[in-house]
Design a binder for this molecule. Sequence first.
Ligand SMILES: [Zn+2]
Length: 113
Amino acid sequence: MCKDCFESEYYKFNSTAEFNKFNNEFDSKISKTILFVSTDKYKTDFHNVYKCKTCEQIWWLSDPDNHWRGYFLKEKNAKKIIDTDEEKGKLIKYGCLIVILLLIFISIKVFIF
Ligand SMILES: [Zn+2]
């Protein structure tokens, strides 16, 4: 990170106050040292992409919205988080499927004997 970048990354905005603090820093840097690149989609995640003019670091911003806490991260860290969440989602999905199959199997056994 260079001096024109952001001081910290936010894995999620824990409060409105925290988001406002970030937003103040963001407002003071946007279009001066930080440039808007595009709105992008990675897997199921939508976010805005920004780039530091000085060091070319790519940042992803997802605004908080109702229950969604949002995030502001370097591209590689954002990808990592999204990948991990997706893996967790898969695990839960397959975990549930196995439990359901087991229940069906047990019901059939009970029904037959
Ligand atoms: Zn920078």
